[in-house]
Design a protein around this ligand. Structure first.
Ligand code: NAD
Length: 291
């Protein structure tokens, strides 16, 4: 396929490289990033979009996505597909999809999980929103860039799935970390705590697959001095999007709101920025009830 790729950062760079390595004709554009091997450099976003079968965006936020969409939609060929893989607010995802559809284009929002490692290895999971026709058109590209793609529903459904998942993740990581810190104070050995909880009703991905305690459970960022992994500021971004979505549909999400407030405190006022989101454990270790 002829593919335009806009936003060649930590995630977009390796995703575009994988598409080029699989034999697709990839033209890319970014304001600052290095251009990966095999990707032809374009002079602007609109030039990247012209004459392509699919245009992929992998950008920092909804405002940037909307401004790039304004620029590229008029340049895209009829029945081409606008595939946004960024994590953005549901409203921006829906607005951009509507704009594309009114220009006779197909549109899919497909945020990812799997991080930079998954982007490089081509093992991302895509959560997609859009019509069956649009999903079918880009499905072969998901196979190159990822290991799994779930068609979640119409436009915005991919973003909705992503922020609901990450709201659960933020909440369970905090709960796992505060429980480990309390167990320490109760004199419970961390390995025993893991052995019990990972096979009992407190188990979760945060405990079983990404244990925040160093030396316990499978290898995780905790074993590498909490280098990300999934940085706390990215978790904060996703928790902010989930609260924005909760407000827009009047959903009561007290745990999500508290998780957002705790990650905001951690990133903005403590030493959380640049640390993995599981570094909530040393944060709780160093606190008591009067903090
Ligand atoms: P990044 O900052 O490394 O990359 C974003 C790129 O977009 C940058 O290279 C930037 O120069 C470029 N860009 C910004 N405005 C542009 C414009 N107008 N035209 C062209 N290029 C422009 O960020 P990232 O880590 O690659 O994340 C990209 C998206 O993926 C975000 O929405 C993020 O939330 C999501 N995401 C990231 C991870 C992760 O672990 N990094 C995991 C899942 C999802």
């Amino acid at each position: 396929m002829k593919i335009g790729f806009i936003g060649l950062g930590n995630m977009g760079g390796p995703m575009a490289a994988n598409l080029a390595a699989a034999g697709h004709d990839v033209t890319g554009f970014d304001l600052v990033a290095n251009y990966p091997d095999g990707v032809t450099k374009a002079a602007s976003a609109s030039e990247t979009a012209r004459g392509q079968d699919v245009v992929i965006t992998m950008l920092p936020n909804g405002a940037i996505l909307r401004s790039v969409a304004d620029e590229i939609i008029p340049a895209m060929s009829e029945s081409a597909c606008f595939l946004d893989c960024s994590t953005v607010d549901v409203e921006s995802a829906r607005a951009v999809a509507e704009q594309a559809q009114s220009a006779q284009l197909l549109a899919v929002d497909a945020p990812v999980s799997g991080g930079i490692g998954g982007a490089s290895a081509g093992t991302l999971t895509f959560m997609a929103g859009g019509s069956d026709k649009a999903f079918a058109k880009v499905a072969p590209l998901f196979e190159v860039m990822g290991q799994k793609a779930v068609h979640c529903g119409t436009s915005g459904a991919g973003q909705a799935a992503k922020i609901c998942n990450n709201m659960i993740l933020g909440v369970t990581m905090i709960a796992t970390c505060e429980a480990f810190a309390m167990a320490d104070k109760l004199g419970l050995d961390r390995q025993k705590m893991f052995d019990v909880v990972s096979t009992s009703s407190g188990y979760s991905w945060s405990m079983n697959a990404y244990c925040p305690a160093p030396g316990v459970g499978p290898q995780s960022p905790a074993d590498n001095d909490y280098k990300p992994g999934f940085a706390s500021e990215l978790m904060l971004k996703d928790l902010g999007l989930s609260q924005q979505a909760a407000e827009s549909v009047n959903a009561d999400t007290p745990m999500g709101a508290l998780a957002r407030a705790l990650y905001a405190q951690f990133v903005e006022n403590e030493d959380g920025k640049g640390r993995d989101f599981s570094a909530m454990l040393p944060r709780f270790e160093n606190r008591d009830r009067s903090d």
